[in-house]
Write a protein that binds this ligand. Structure first.
Ligand code: GDP
Ligand code: MG
Length: 329
């Protein structure tokens, strides 16, 4: 369990800072408790938008099967159970009237499902739009008429992401060598983000902040790495309840190369890292002296914490290192 690696790092850090045994114990127990947390994510969007590709990019190569067509047998919600993350993969709209009705119903039911504590089961709804498509009408119908009206108060758990940004201008202005968009495409994508934001706001009054990315693809020998996947991941982490955020450590893709191509890579990694630390601090939150000790170790007063973790992680811990390296050069 990779959270154990993180625990070891924090334990060393606590020892280094002369934290009391009592506070240390509390902190370790809190991290241990995080290992039992589950995060449920509903991934939806039109068939072919890249749900499976995105899931694989984020969580590892073969979690979901890419390129599965509209097979009536497999069209309904699929469930993927990782260590701590449970993914629900549902087609959006656009597969015909009958299928649309069924998918809407499935999605709405999922949105109202409660976990054992009576909280909404779904922590996060990730709606993926196909950035190469000119007609996103059914996607807006999905967001504005199916998801948002049934989301409840917590609209923060909705994330809208535009995939296949490499194909948004039919493949033009994509720099294959650097695996990133040229200026013309950046402008185009920025406009797409803005018009998406507007269309959702005008229809529902809800403010979302869409992002664009590419899940990449593999086609025989040809392979294209994801772009802005770290950014997507940062948005996913930030849309999750603070307490649960560190749980992602257990399931994120440890293949470093998928995370490397981003417009502001270091910012995203820094923010994710801070989120993980905040998450641990929050789950360890308590009053009295113990609380103070933990606060001073992991709180914003302890800004050095990230650097120290980077150092401690040093040669050892696989995923934490792989994701954070580059930050601590
Ligand atoms: N060029 C490009 N192709 C993509 C991208 N994401 C997915 N694809 C391709 O789009 C097709 C459909 O993807 P898939 O993940 O199966 O979509 P799903 O039906 O939503 O699960 C596949 O051929 C993928 O390789 C991307 O970011 N860029
Ligand atoms: Mg799929």
């Amino acid at each position: 369990m990779r959270l154990d690696d993180f625990k070891a790092v924090i334990r060393d850090l606590a020892t280094e800072h002369g934290m009391s045994e009592k506070a240390k114990q509390h902190l370790m127990l809190s991290i241990q408790k995080l290992a039992d947390e589950k995060i449920n994510i509903l991934v939806t969007g039109a068939t072919g938008c890249g749900k499976s590709s995105t899931i694989n990019a984020l969580f590892g190569e073969n979690v979901a099967k890419v390129g599965q067509g509209v097979d009536p047998e497999t069209m309904d919600i699929k469930k993927f159970e990782l260590n701590n993350i449970i993914l629900w993969d549902s087609p959006g709209l656009g597969d015909g009237k009958e299928a649309d009705r069924r998918h809407s119903k499935n999605i709405i039911n999922k949105l109202y499902e409660k976990d054992k504590d009576g909280n909404a089961l779904i922590d996060l709804v990730l709606v993926i739009l196909d950035g190469s498509s000119r007609d996103l009408g059914t996607s807006f119908e999905l967001i504005n008429q199916v998801i948002i009206p049934n989301l409840g108060e917590d609209t923060n758990r909705l994330l809208v992401a535009i995939n296949q940004c490499d194909m948004a201008m039919k493949g033009r202005y994509w720099d294959h060598e650097k695996n990133k968009p040229e200026n013309k495409l950046v402008e185009f994508l920025d406009e797409k983000v803005e018009s998406t934001r507007k269309r959702i706001h005008e229809a529902t009054g809800v403010n979302v902040e869409p992002i664009y990315y590419s899940a990449g693809y593999k086609d025989g020998d040809e392979e294209q790495q994801p772009y802005n996947l770290s950014k997507l991941f940062m948005f996913i982490v930030n849309s999750t309840k603070p307490k649960k955020r560190a749980v992602y450590i257990n399931d994120m893709n440890i293949d470093k190369k998928v995370w490397e191509h981003d417009d502001k890579l270091q910012d995203y990694q820094k923010e994710v890292q801070q989120s993980f630390i905040d998450s641990i601090r929050e789950s360890a939150q308590t009053g009295g002296e113990i609380g103070e000790e933990i606060g001073s170790l992991l709180g914003s007063g302890g800004r050095a914490v990230g650097r120290v973790i980077g150092t401690v992680v040093g040669g050892a811990v696989g995923v934490v290192k792989s994701f954070f390296s580059g930050l601590f050069g």
